[in-house]
Design a protein. Structure first.
Length: 26
């Protein structure tokens, strides 16, 4: 259960970082 929550947090963090980087590039 905890691993799933941690995995979701990691995915959310990665998605946010990618969004920030793409927004910074444009």
């Amino acid at each position: 259960m905890i691993q799933l929550i941690g995995l979701q947090l990691v995915v959310l963090l990665v998605a946010w970082v990618i969004y920030e980087v793409r927004d910074d590039w444009t």
